[in-house]
Write a protein that binds this ligand. Structure first.
Ligand code: FMN
Length: 387
C-alpha cells in the first residue's frame, strides 16, 4: 500500500472511531442531561423539616408533642387526625372527614384505630416532656368530628419514654426472614396483652389459611374500582406530589427504589393504577409478601365501640414501638377485614369470637431500614378553635 494511502486510511479509521466515540459520548451526554432533567430521587422523610412551620400560638413543647403524635401509622398514610386548639395544652383531637378511606373503610373503623395510635404517641411524647395527659372521650360514633379532649399538666414522677422509638418506628414490607418468633421475643411483645394479641406461627394451618385469604382479598380489592381508585388517589408517584402533600404512599414507603422507582416517578400516574398490569402486580406483590414471615399476629378487641377501637389503636402502637429493638418488623395486611366476602369468614374459620381488628404479618429482618414515610407538618393539622 502506498504510504499516502496508508495515512489517508489511518485518518479515515481514526475519524470513524472518533465519530463513534463522539456519537457515543453525545448520546451519553444527552442521556445524562435527560436524566438530570427528570425526577431523580425518592422524596423521603429526611427531606422535610421536622416540625414544619410552627403556628405562632403553639408553644415549643406542644409543637414537639403533636409532631411526635403524628408519626403514628394510618391506613394509606392518610393521617386522619385534626387538632382543635382550645387553649395552651388543651386540645380536641378530631376525625378529619376529608381523610376518610371510603373505599376500604366505609365505617371508619380503621380511622379510629389510627387515631388511637396517634393518642398513644401523644401520651408517650407528653410523658417524656414531663406532662400527664387527661383524656375525655367525646365521640360516641365513628363519624363524630370531635373524638377526644386532652389536657396536659406538668407532673412529677412520670415514667419517661424514649421518643427515638416513636421516630424510628416504621412499617416494613419486604425482606422478611422465615424464622419463627422466639419465645423470649414473643413474651416481650405480648406481655401486657396475651388476651388480645395472638401469634399464628408459620407452621400452622391457620397461617396457611390467612396467607391464602390475604391473597384472595388482595385480588378482590385490586379489581374493586372504588378501592383501586382510592388507592390511586393516595399514591404519590412523583417527588413533587409527595412534597406537596406530605402524606399518602410514596414509592420509598412502598420500598420501591432504583430504576423501577425512577421509571414510576417519571412515567406513572393515577390512570396507570387502574390498568390490569398494575392490579396484577399488586396481587403478585401480596403473594410474595405472605410467602415469607414468622407468621401472623392478630389483635382483637372487646367490641366495636369507639372506646374499644381507640384502645386497640393504642395497643397496636405500643406493640409497634417495641419491635425495632428486637429486629422484628410488622406489616398490617388489612384486606381480609376490608373485603366483605373474606371478612365474613375470618372470625368463624379461625374460631375467634372477639372482633379481629388487625391482621399483621410479622417477621425478623436482617437489616432494618430507616423510616421514610411522610407526615404533614403540625400547622397543616391544627386549627385554632373557632377559626
Ligand atoms: C389501620 C391501619 C391499616 C393499615 N393497612 C395496611 C395495609 O393493608 N397494607 C399495608 O401495606 N400497610 C398498611 N398499614 C400501614 C400504613 O400504610 C403505614 O402506617 C403508613 O403508610 C405510614 O407508614 P409508616 O408506618 O412507615 O410510618 C396500615 C396502618 C394502619 C394504622
Amino acid at each position: 500500500m502506498h504510504g499516502n494511502n496508508v495515512v489517508v486510511l489511518y485518518i479515515q479509521i481514526l475519524n470513524r472511531k472518533n465519530f463513534f466515540a463522539f456519537a457515543g459520548m453525545s448520546l451519553f451526554a444527552a442521556g445524562g442531561i435527560y436524566y438530570l432533567s427528570t425526577d431523580k430521587r425518592n422524596f423521603v422523610r429526611n427531606d422535610i423539616s421536622e416540625v414544619g412551620i410552627k403556628p405562632p400560638f403553639l408553644l415549643p413543647d406542644e409543637a414537639n408533642i403533636l409532631y411526635l403524635a403524628s408519626l403514628a401509622p394510618s391506613g394509606h398514610n392518610a393521617q386522619p387526625w385534626l387538632v382543635k386548639y382550645i387553649a395552651p395544652f388543651h386540645w380536641i383531637i378530631c376525625n378529619d372527614k376529608d381523610r376518610w378511606l371510603l373505599g376500604v373503610d366505609p365505617t371508619q373503623r380503621e380511622t379510629l384505630l389510627s387515631i388511637g395510635a396517634f393518642l398513644q404517641n401523644l401520651e408517650f411524647a407528653a410523658n417524656e416532656s414531663g406532662y400527664a395527659c387527661h383524656f375525655t372521650q367525646l365521640a360516641t360514633t365513628n363519624q363524630a368530628e370531635e373524638v377526644v379532649s386532652v389536657t396536659l399538666t406538668k407532673a412529677n414522677h412520670l415514667i419517661g419514654f424514649d421518643t427515638q422509638k416513636i421516630i424510628q418506628r416504621r412499617t416494613v414490607r419486604s425482606h422478611y426472614l422465615g424464622d419463627l418468633l422466639q419465645k423470649k421475643d414473643l413474651d416481650f411483645l405480648l406481655n401486657e396483652a396475651t388476651e388480645t394479641i395472638q401469634y399464628i406461627p408459620n407452621t400452622t394451618k391457620e397461617h396457611r389459611w390467612l396467607n391464602e385469604q390475604t391473597i384472595e382479598a388482595n385480588r378482590l380489592q385490586a379489581y374493586r374500582d372504588a378501592a383501586e381508585k382510592e388507592l390511586a388517589d393516595w399514591i404519590r408517584f412523583s417527588s413533587k406530589d409527595a412534597k406537596a402533600h406530605s402524606d399518602g404512599l410514596t414509592l420509598a414507603s412502598m420500598e420501591i427504589d432504583g430504576v423501577a422507582a425512577w421509571y414510576l416517578r417519571n412515567f406513572y400516574g393515577k390512570a396507570d393504577v387502574m390498568k390490569k398490569g398494575f392490579r396484577e402486580k399488586s396481587i403478585d406483590t401480596a403473594k410474595a409478601q405472605v410467602a415469607t414471615s414468622a407468621g401472623w399476629l392478630l389483635i382483637t378487641s372487646d367490641d366495636y365501640s369507639v372506646a374499644s377501637l381507640l384502645e386497640t389503636g393504642k395497643r397496636l402502637q405500643r406493640l409497634l414501638l417495641k419491635i425495632r429493638e428486637r429486629n422484628i418488623a410488622i406489616h398490617p395486611m388489612t384486606q381480609i377485614l376490608e373485603e366483605t366476602a373474606t371478612a365474613q369468614m375470618v372470625q368463624t374459620s379461625l374460631g375467634i369470637t372477639q372482633p379481629i381488628q388487625f391482621i399483621l404479618r410479622v417477621g425478623y429482618l436482617a437489616y432494618y431500614p430507616e423510616p421514610v414515610s411522610l407526615r404533614r407538618p403540625v400547622d397543616k393539622f391544627i386549627i385554632l378553635n373557632g377559626a
